[in-house]
Write a protein that binds this ligand. Structure first.
Ligand code: GTP
Ligand code: MG
Length: 171
């Protein structure tokens, strides 16, 4: 069971192919989920255009802030493997007195690669995934220190599939 506050900024954390977007679709309403792919598409007409990332994240953080200001649970569907990117999320959450929460989807690199290879919309090589996996290993231990008030780590596809979200009342 994953306990999260009714109002939270939820950062999904996981390598490509770990199942973040699938998890987001399963557990949250579409409008609650801000995905970096979607925002890259809005900016550049191409969800894979990495050169649009900086602007896409600017826009994503802006919208996240507007949602949190209105008291709406917000889920960020991005790999969130870089410390500086996560720091922005913690900053936006704090600015609105909202708790930042991390849900880590930790799947074996080989499984993520198998899934990635099968996708028409992903064409990076295995070394890129390997780097993400190293970044993930490094990230997991530091999330709490970075300001995430709850860190839920789902290890393996079974744990991810079995996960249920339970909302905690804030008062
Ligand atoms: P990126 O957006 O590239 O970072 O990946 P992601 O973490 O959002 O992964 P996504 O949810 O898109 O899943 C990647 C692929 O794996 C998709 O083709 C999914 O259908 C598949 N997939 C995700 N979760 C599961 C799962 O629990 N079981 C199975 N069989 N396939 C899954
Ligand atoms: Mg995705």
């Amino acid at each position: 069971m994953i306990d999260i506050p009714e109002l939270a900024l939820v950062a999904l954390v996981g390598i490509s192919g770990s199942g973040k977007s699938t998890f987001a679709r399963t557990h949250f309403r579409p409008t609650q989920v801000l995905s970096s792919d979607y925002f890259r598409g809005l900016i550049a007409d191409d969800e894979n255009d990495q050169s649009a990332s900086a602007d896409a994240f600017d826009a994503l953080h802006y919208v996240a802030g507007k949602r949190l200001a209105a008291g709406r649970l917000t889920v960020v569907d991005a790999t969130n493997l870089q410390k500086h990117g996560r720091a922005e999320l913690v900053r936006v959450a704090r600015e609105h007195d909202v708790l930042p929460v991390a849900i880590v989807l930790d799947v074996p690199e080989a499984l993520a690669w198998e899934r990635t290879e099968a996708r028409a919309d992903r064409d990076f090589g295995r070394p890129v995934l390997a780097r993400m996996h190293r970044d993930l290993r490094r990230s997991v231990g530091s999330l709490a220190r970075e300001g995430f008030r709850k860190v839920h780590v789902l290890r393996g596809p079974e744990a991810i599939a079995a996960a249920e979200i339970r909302y905690e009342r804030l008062f």
